[in-house]
Design a protein around this ligand. Structure first.
Ligand code: C2E
Ligand code: CA
Ligand code: CA
Ligand code: CA
Length: 278
């Protein structure tokens, strides 16, 4: 993976000027990268517990940069999010995801795609219209599109975000709270939002095997989520023991390297075929 901070392998830390320059380059190059196929979407499956049936995927953006090599989203998404370009990013990922859902439906598979939203999408009063138009164009039931939002994304401007979320929810789109447990006012905020799903932050799930307090947090979120009528998803499931513990807690859905890493479209389709045709 690429490093954004100091690089222990090459033994130097980039200067502020270098960091700024690279960030500037990434932002100015992003649109043409979208248009020339450098930016792609990878898919990571989510499975139901305990059945292990594939219920959907999370769509995760990737950038194969001609000079810097493969970039993780943590390297360029924050830079892109600070500009209006994030609209183009979200649309691109949503379009790719809906195309997948359409193709699965055509093969008799009912699977959803989850797309990560940015603060800016939630501040855009036109965003729900854009989504409705895309759903019509791909003829996809709204329930098969999930948007993942973070607490900071909603709470930075709740006056603008809430009407957008309410409209998406009224359309039947599935809404999920991402990285749950890492914010400050999580409980109060969860009750106020029109959401269907809560994703337990991977830090707790990863720590479950060695840290009893992480285990307690995961159990508490599963119970809290269920008491609010929400689907509970655990991400960062790397160990079979974690999957077993989640099953025993009644967690509904698992996502993580144990099931699969995020895969290119082609490799994901191969993974899916190997899994469903037997
Ligand atoms: P996220 O939404 O929390 O996505 C989950 C991240 O956890 C992904 O990193 C995924 O590869 C990683 N992950 C999945 N399973 C495991 C596991 O078992 N163990 C560990 N250690 N990690 C696991 P990725 O793809 O690098 O994405 C990082 C973040 O970038 C995402 O975090 C999300 O916030 C953001 N992002 C990715 N794609 C998009 C996008 O299309 N739009 C926006 N706005 N943000 C995106
Ligand atoms: Ca996510
Ligand atoms: Ca997450
Ligand atoms: Ca994250």
């Amino acid at each position: 993976a690429a490093h954004s901070g100091s690089d222990p392998v090459r033994g130097y830390a980039p200067s502020m000027g270098q960091i700024f320059l690279r960030r500037f380059q990434l932002v100015t190059q992003f649109r043409s990268a979208l248009e020339t196929g450098q930016v792609t979407v990878h898919y990571q499956p989510k499975i139901a517990l305990p059945s292990r049936q594939v219920v959907g995927v999370e769509a995760l953006v990737r950038w194969r940069h001609p000079e810097f090599g493969p970039l993780d989203p943590d390297e360029f998404v924050p830079a892109v999010e600070a500009t209006g370009l994030v609209d183009a990013l979200t649309s691109f990922v949503m379009e790719q995801g809906l195309q997948r859902v359409r193709s699965w439906l055509d093969r008799g598979l009912r699977m959803s795609t989850a797309v990560n939203l940015s603060v800016r999408n939630l501040a855009d009063a036109n965003f729900p219209d854009l989504v409705a138009e895309a759903l019509r164009r791909y003829d996809v039931p709204p329930q098969l599109l999930t948007f993942e939002l973070t607490e900071s994304g909603v709470m930075s401007d709740p006056e603008r975000a809430l009407p957008v979320l309410r409209r998406l929810h009224a359309m039947g789109v599935t809404l999920a709270v991402d990285d749950f447990g890492t914010g400050y006012s999580s409980l109060a905020y969860l009750r106020q939002l029109p959401v269907d799903e809560v994703k337990i932050d991977k830090s707790f799930v990863l720590g479950m095997g060695t840290d009893l307090s992480d285990m307690a947090v995961v159990r508490a979120i599963v119970e809290l989520g269920h008491s609010l009528g929400l689907t509970v998803v655990a991400e960062g499931v790397e160990e079979d023991s974690a999957r077993e513990q989640l099953v025993s807690m009644g967690c509904d859905v698992a996502q993580g390297y144990l099931i699969s890493r995020p895969l290119s479209e082609e490799r994901f389709e191969a993974w899916l075929r190997a899994r469903t045709i037997r």
